[in-house]
Each structure stands twice: as structure tokens, then as C-alpha cells.
Design a protein around this ligand. Structure first.
Ligand code: BES
Ligand code: ZN
Length: 850
């Protein structure tokens, strides 16, 4: 296990830094390969610490000079940082270092992307810029001077003086180094302004490369909507004179919340109808909101140490999901979030990478920006809100902001405000933060003399390093329906606290149909044996949209399972029930599109494994294809009508209503393409005036093997647009047959536009391969070998992105010996690579050892 790793960091070892940083002055003299960073920091002893070793982090820095209280000094420098014997009392340390942004392919610290300078400091990137106590609980006030020939020079906070070749910035809010940012380049801006609720004017800018300025309007609208929403819902105002967003092409993540200077992967901010899909628009809106919301949940209140990462990320994901629910359709957002949670977090929680939402050890912190910390972390906030109620939730948040503003806080601080507001004891609830694994919730029912009893049993399988699991507090939202489908009992919350617990309802005349875990009120796996007939009633009548959808999923899963394990034909009851929903024009098209969405083949493999079976990727693929074909045939007499009814007239608008219709339209088109040889899709491809419809057509054609011409035309039309080209790379791999997916991916790596060093492009090809379940897990092992080849290459340039993509292998042990031996051999080959990064080494060894 990783515990034996000498580089492991433990939560229990936390001690505060021995000094307080009274002020930080930085000067940057920009140069592609010889940037100079001069730092002047005033240190004072920290009365709350007994630490007396003076160590500053620093990696890949060339120390030019150092001065202690103005006198030259010679500190000891190691690959990890700088040590010196500090004077007693306060002192000033000045250092000058040289760094090389142009050769920084890891995209951490100061680097260059398309000729522009930019930074990424979270989690531990600031140490690649200058010597510094690079930990989130060390907060200070930064004053920055940038010297460079670039026309635009940006940093955090408010603008100071600027002139020919220089700009000064001052950030009045104390912040940890991970929130530092600097951008310099030949950029153009999309300006706007915002008046806060107390009347302060804020200058807003989205900075982009020339030529992208027509793709900023949507992001700006989303930013202003986020600012208003945070004032109205959480009472949080913005706190600087200026808020800048910059779009960068080479970026490891989606975006970063640097104080007053958010930096975005260009794919997460640039949008236009011709080049962006509805999903892109929704994601951009959400991520702009997410980074903006961090200004309070993350920046004003930050994390004491990286073990507390969910304090800012779980809460901010929860807040951005509330925002999206308010801007768009709440049920649709919830269903999509749960699909994502099951596909990514449940998979992580059930495999070798399982860890607690607040882990207690790590080797490389970059490896802990996971679905568990983020998505499960957000689920825990949702459960807390369900348990204490809306009013107390907002009271607790108000207290959190008041009590901890300016602090580097912990999960204990967070739970304390809820205890103080509600008088509850949250000790048991805290287990959700400290214990890994997804609980299974087994349900049995009894009905006697008008009394209906539900008995729940919870069980969490062991996870790495945590063999025993204590029971959790589980809020179970439940409603009851009569056998004819009318709701007799609206939603109530049952609070389960024990391993096994019963809840009764009195005075019923007939045995009800329960709708359990409405809105997916807890991140658990519900195990409830009910008949397909009951599922069909829930699908037709449940008033809870989540459980209505879930009933359809259960029917689909049952049909697929029977096909996979017994070779059964698709279940006609499933087809009939689904068809009814899809043809029902009173239902939201977005909801109908979700009901039509095929089940992820990886999820099916997961379910089979949980049932004690060995999943065969090819058999899962075949059953999925057969079901999709049957559904298309079953619906054939409605497809033309549905297609016409869901076609949205121009002009394109990226709102939820249009997006929902287009989503249904795309599902219908993919069925039509199974029946008409691609005629309809080809026509849509040629006439579409927006990317959603154009890409839907291309995907449908590719999926049925009719995509050759369209793919070439798409390339010719869009080869000059990087973000659209990512879609082109991804679609070809995603919609390849199992037999050819790895070959297609391999061929694309030889394409002149393939660039391993651009994370978006790498992910377009290999993310798509990893998600092509039967293609990646092809029995030949060629998917495994190809990905391993490229992870090894990428690791040498960009460890963070390489390590993240190793997660494609996390499920290797669930498959049969032929598959798992092949996967294991590739993992071993990666691990044996000379000079492998700590990031990838940790991931691969955890995946192998789990
Ligand atoms: N703080 C993170 C960005 C980050 C992650 C920096 C990992 C360094 C290492 C940011 O707030 C974030 O969470 N971004 C997400 C998107 C968000 C909508 C969940 C991302 O980049 O994927
Ligand atoms: Zn975040």
C-alpha cells in the first residue's frame, strides 16, 4: 500500500508554519527561458506554532541571489526547497530565482501557451515560481510588479500603476500561494461591468487570443448571472474592483479560481453557436459559476491543508449545481449529476482507488482531485441540507461565512457551524467524510393490518485500508403510491442511523408502491427487488422525476442483464414502457431524451461485477446494440413525427428549452440512422447552422458506419478551430466499433494536428478511447497497449494529466483472466518506466495493489 511510501503525507502530522508572512512583494522580469522572479517577504514568528525549522518549498528554481535583512546570505538548497537558520524575531528575506516558462510542459507553475505567459499554482505549483511556504494555511497580502513587453500584464487583486513594459497589482485580501496568478500576452478583452448589491462597480473582462473575441458573450452573461445569484441566494458580494477571466489553450484542468484572475481552459469559456454544443454551453455556464463561487468558498475561506480539499470543492460543486438547477431544469440537472456520480464516483469507490471524501494520507495531492472529493463531497452537502432543512442550512452557511472569513478552515469547523445552528450532534454524519466506499441499502417490505413497514439494511463493502465500516446517517426521501399509481403519501424524509432500521406507515387500505430515495437523497446503491410491472407503474406515475427516470433505468438494466447473462431478447415490457414516455408530448423533451439515453456499458460491467459475475465487454456491447436496435424498430412508426416535433427552428439559442429539444432530436436521429442508411442524418449534417445539430448528425453517422464523407467534410470546414477539432478527434474514436477503436486512435496520433502536449487534444483521443468500453477493453489487449504507450510518453512531459488518465485502468481486476492479465502487464510496464513521475507512480501502484 501507499502507506509504505516514504513520500506519504499524513493528516495527523499537521503542524502550523513557524512564521507569519506579513507581506509578499514579487517582481517578474518575463523571458521565455530566463524569467527572473524577485521576492521580498517579511516574516514574523507565528505565536501559534512551535515549529522552528525554516524551510521554503522550491522546485526547479535556479537561485541567483539571497539576502537576509539586506545582507547577502547562502541558504542551503535541495531539489525540494531552501533551508536557512533564521534570525530571532521578524526578518526580511529577498531571493532572486530564474525559471524557464517556455520549456515547462507540465503546465504547473509559470508556463507558456501559444506565446502567452500564464500560471497554474493549485495545488503545489507556486513552489515552481519562487521559494515559498507553499501550503494553503500560509496566507499573505501580495503586491506584484510584472515587467515584460507583452501588451497585457495581469495579476491578482486591483490594478496599480502601469506603463510601458510594466504593470503593478495589489491584492488587499490575504491569500495562500495556490491562488496566485499571472498572465501576460497579446490578448484582447470582452469588457463589461457589474454593480454589486451594495452599489460597488466592478470592471469585468474576459481576455482571449485575437480571433476569439466573438466567443466571449455567453461566458460574460454567465459570469454576471453567477454574481447576482450568489448575492441573492447566499448573500455573497464580490470584493475587488476588477474581475478578470483569461482563456488559455494548454491547461490541465477545466479552470482555476485565482483571486480576481480566473484562468480557464479555453474549452470551458469560449462559446459560439456554430462551434459549441448545448452541453458545452451548459458546462461553460456551470464552470464560470463554480470558479466565481470559489471567491467565497475557497478564497475568502480557504483550506487549512489539502486533506480539507472537499471543504472548498465539494461545497462549490454543490453551489454550482444549485445554480444550474435554478438557471435550467432542476430534475434534468439532478438526473445528469447522478448518472455522472455513478459512472465516475461509484466506480472509484468500488475499486482500488477508493478513498474518503477527506482522505487521511496522500503521496501526490494532484491525484486527489477526484470524483470522490468533488462529487461525493457535494452529495454530503446535499444530505446535510436535507437533514437540517433549508432554513437551517442557510443559517449555518451565514455563520460559516461570518465565523471563518479570512480563515484556513477544516471539515471540523464546517460541521461545527451546523451543530451550533441546529443543536444536532453530527459525529455520526462525519463518517461520510472519513470513511470510503458506497453503502448498499437493502430494502424489504411488509404489509399487515393496514400497517406498511419498510426495513432498511445498510452495508458498505471494505475499501483499501478500511476493512470495517460503521453505519452512516442516511436521509431516505420516500413517497408512497397506490397500486394504480396515484400518490397517497408525498415525500417525507426517513433518517436512518443504524445498521438496520424499520419505518412504518399506518392506516393504509392496500399495500402501497414505495418510491424510495427520491431525488437520489443519498449516494448509496439501493437494492430493492421489485417486479417489472411495479417499475412500469413508477415510470408512468411517480411524481418524483428522478425516480420516474430511475424506474426506466431499472427496466433497461433488467432487460440488458437478461440479454447478457442468458442471451434473452430485449424485454417487450421495457420497450413498451419506454415508448409510452417518449411519445408523451406533455413531458419535457430533455427528460424524454434522458429516458432514451443508453446505459453506460461500463456501468453494466460494474453491476455485473457487483452481482458476482465476470463481465465480458463484447457481450455487453452486443446486448446494448441489440437493445438499441430493438428500441429503434419498436418506435419506428413514431420516429418521423418525433424528429419533426423536436426540431428547433433557427436562430439557435443555448437555453435549456432548446437544448432539451435538441437532445431528444439527437436521440431520435440516432434511431432513424439505424433505419434509413443515414439519409436523414446526412441531410441534417449538411444543413445544420449550429454545432449541436451538426455534431449530433456526425455522431449518428459515425455510429452506424456511414460517417466517412461527413467526417471529411467536417474536417475541411473546421480544421482551423482547435476546439472543434477536439470534437472531431474524439468522435471518431468514441463511435468506432470495438474491433477498430484502438486502431482509429492509433491512426489519429499520426495526424498532423495531433499534439500530445495539448491536454485537450490528448484527452480527445485517449479519453474517448477509455470511454469506448468494448473498444478499450478489447480482447486483443490493443487498447491497453496503446494507452500505456502514450501514458509513458505523456508522463515525461506532463505528469498531472498522465496520472489522471491512468484511471482508465482502475477497473482492470473486474474482468476475466485474459483481459486482466493483459491490463496488468501494461500497468507493470508503465510502473517499470525509468524516471516515472511521482504522480503516475502513485496512481499505477494504487491501481495495481488496491
Ligand atoms: N480548483 C479547481 C482547479 C484545480 C484542480 C486546480 C486541480 C489544480 C488541481 C477548480 O475550482 C475546479 O474544481 N475546476 C474543475 C471544474 C469544476 C466545474 C468542478 C475542473 O477544472 O475540472
Ligand atoms: Zn473548484
Amino acid at each position: 500500500m501507499t502507506d509504505a511510501n516514504p513520500k506519504t503525507v499524513y493528516l495527523k502530522d499537521y503542524t502550523p508554519f513557524g512564521w507569519i508572512l506579513e507581506s509578499v512583494h514579487l517582481t517578474f522580469r518575463l523571458h521565455p527561458t530566463e524569467t527572473r522572479v524577485v521576492s521580498r517577504i517579511t516574516f514574523a514568528p507565528n505565536p501559534e506554532s512551535h515549529q522552528d525549522r525554516f524551510f521554503l518549498h522550491g522546485e526547479s528554481l535556479k537561485l541567483i541571489s539571497a539576502k537576509l535583512n539586506g545582507q547577502p546570505c547562502e541558504p542551503e538548497v535541495s531539489p525540494e526547497g531552501l533551508t536557512l537558520t533564521p534570525p530571532t524575531g521578524s526578518f526580511v528575506l529577498e531571493t532572486e530565482v530564474e525559471i524557464s516558462p517556455a520549456t515547462n510542459t507540465a503546465l504547473e507553475g509559470l508556463y507558456m501557451s501559444n506565446g502567452m505567459y500564464c500560471t497554474q499554482c493549485e495545488a503545489e505549483g507556486f513552489r515552481k515560481i519562487t521559494f515559498y511556504p507553499d501550503r494553503p494555511d500560509v496566507m499573505s497580502i501580495f503586491t506584484v510588479r510584472i515587467e515584460g513587453a507583452e501588451p497585457v500584464l495581469l495579476s491578482n487583486g486591483n490594478k496599480g500603476e502601469s506603463g510601458d513594459g510594466f504593470a503593478d497589482w495589489h491584492d488587499p485580501w490575504p491569500k495562500p500561494a495556490y491562488l496566485f496568478a499571472l498572465v501576460a500576452g497579446d490578448l484582447v478583452n470582452h469588457p463589461d461591468q457589474f454593480k454589486t448589491s451594495s452599489g460597488k462597480d466592478v470592471e469585468l473582462n474576459i481576455w482571449v487570443r485575437k480571433g476569439d473575441e466573438n466567443k466571449c458573450a455567453f461566458g460574460m452573461k454567465a459570469l454576471k448571472a453567477s454574481m447576482t445569484w450568489d448575492e441573492e441566494v447566499y448573500g455573497r458580494e464580490y470584493d475587488l474592483d476588477i474581475f478578470n477571466i483569461v482563456a488559455v489553450d494548454d491547461f490541465n484542468m477545466g479552470a482555476m479560481e485565482n483571486k480576481g484572475l480566473n484562468i480557464f481552459n479555453s474549452s470551458c469559456v469560449l462559446a459560439s453557436p456554430e462551434t459549441s454544443t448545448d452541453d458545452n454551453f451548459e458546462r461553460i455556464e456551470a464552470i464560470i459559476a463554480h470558479e466565481y463561487f470559489h471567491n467565497w468558498t475557497g478564497n475568502r475561506i480557504t483550506c487549512r491543508d489539502w486533506f480539507q480539499l472537499c471543504l472548498k470543492e465539494g461545497l462549490t460543486v454543490y453551489r454550482d449545481s444549485q445554480f444550474t438547477s435554478d438557471m435550467r431544469s432542476a430534475p434534468v440537472k439532478r438526473i445528469r449529476d447522478v448518472i455522472d456520480l455513478r459512472g465516475r464516483q461509484f466506480r472509484e469507490d468500488g475499486g482500488p482507488l477508493a478513498h474518503a471524501v477527506r482522505p487521511d494520507s496522500f503521496v501526490e495531492i494532484n491525484n486527489f482531485y477526484t470524483a470522490t472529493v468533488y462529487e461525493k463531497g457535494a452529495e454530503l452537502i446535499g444530505m446535510l441540507k436535507t437533514l437540517v432543512g433549508d432554513a437551517d442550512y442557510y443559517k449555518a452557511l451565514a455563520l460559516y461565512f461570518e465565523r471563518h472569513d479570512g480563515d484556513a478552515a477544516t471539515i471540523e469547523d464546517w460541521l461545527q457551524v451546523f451543530e451550533d445552528v441546529t443543536g444536532r450532534n453530527l459525529k455520526r454524519f462525519k463518517r461520510w467524510y472519513t470513511s470510503a466506499g458506497t453503502p448498499r441499502l437493502l430494502v424489504t417490505e411488509k404489509f399487515k393490518n393496514g400497517r406498511y413497514t419498510l426495513t432498511f439494511k445498510q452495508e458498505t463493502p471494505p475499501t483499501p485500508g478500511q476493512p470495517q465500516k460503521k453505519p452512516r446517517v442516511i436521509p431516505i426521501a420516500i413517497g408512497l403510491l397506490a397500486p394504480d399509481g396515484t400518490e397517497t403519501h408525498p415525500t417525507t424524509i426517513l433518517e436512518m442511523t443504524k445498521r438496520q432500521q424499520s419505518f412504518s406507515f399506518e392506516g393504509l387500505t392496500e399495500k402501497p408502491i414505495p418510491s424510495i430515495l427520491r431525488e437520489f437523497s443519498a449516494p448509496v446503491i439501493l437494492q430493492h427487488d421489485i417486479t417489472n410491472a411495479v417499475r412500469a407503474i413508477l415510470l408512468a406515475h411517480d411524481t418524483d422525476p428522478f425516480n420516474k427516470w430511475e424506474a426506466g433505468q431499472a427496466l433497461r438494466r433488467a432487460s440488458l442483464m437478461a440479454s447478457i447473462t442468458q442471451g434473452a431478447a430485449p424485454d417487450s415490457a421495457f420497450l413498451e414502457a419506454i415508448a409510452k414516455v417518449v411519445r408523451d408530448d406533455t413531458l419535457d423533451p430533455a427528460f424524454r431524451a434522458l429516458v432514451l439515453q443508453p446505459m453506460s456499458q461500463d456501468d453494466l460491467a460494474q453491476d455485473l461485477t457487483a452481482d458476482g459475475q465476470t463481465p465480458d465487454p463484447r457481450a455487453i456491447y452486443d446486448a446494448s446494440e441489440t437493445l438499441a436496435q430493438s428500441l429503434a424498430e419498436y418506435l419506428s412508426d413514431s420516429l418521423t413525427r418525433l424528429y419533426a416535433a423536436s426540431t428547433v427552428e433557427s436562430p439557435y439559442r443555448p437555453d435549456a428549452e432548446g437544448a432539451g429539444k435538441r437532445a431528444l432530436n439527437a436521440r431520435v436521429l440516432s434511431m432513424i440512422t439505424r433505419m434509413d442508411g443515414g439519409k436523414t442524418a446526412q441531410k441534417q449534417f449538411e444543413h445544420a447552422d449550429n454545432m449541436s445539430q451538426q455534431l449530433a448528425a456526425l455522431n449518428a453517422l459515425l455510429a452506424q458506419g456511414h460517417g466517412q464523407d461527413a467526417s471529411e467534410a467536417f474536417f475541411t470546414q473546421w480544421q482551423g478551430d482547435r476546439l472543434v477539432m477536439d470534437k472531431w478527434f474524439a468522435a471518431q474514436v468514441a463511435f468506432s466499433e470495438p474491433e477498430s477503436a484502438a486502431d482509429v486512435a492509433q491512426r489519429l496520433t499520426t495526424h498532423p494536428l495531433f499534439d500530445m502536449k495539448n491536454p485537450n487534444r490528448f484527452r480527445a483521443v485517449f479519453g474517448a478511447l477509455a470511454m469506448n468500453h468494448a473498444g478499450f477493453h478489447h480482447i486483443s489487449g490493443k487498447g491497453y497497449t496503446l494507452l500505456a504507450d502514450w501514458l509513458i510518453k505523456l508522463d515525461a512531459a506532463n505528469p498531472q494529466t498522465a496520472a489522471r488518465m491512468c484511471t482508465a485502468f482502475q477497473t482492470w481486476a473486474r474482468y476475466g483472466a485474459t483481459h486482466s492479465d493483459l491490463a496488468k502487464a501494461q500497468l507493470a510496464r508503465i510502473l517499470a518506466t525509468d524516471g516515472l513521475s511521482r504522480d503516475t507512480e502513485e496512481m499505477v501502484s494504487r491501481i495495481l495493489e488496491g
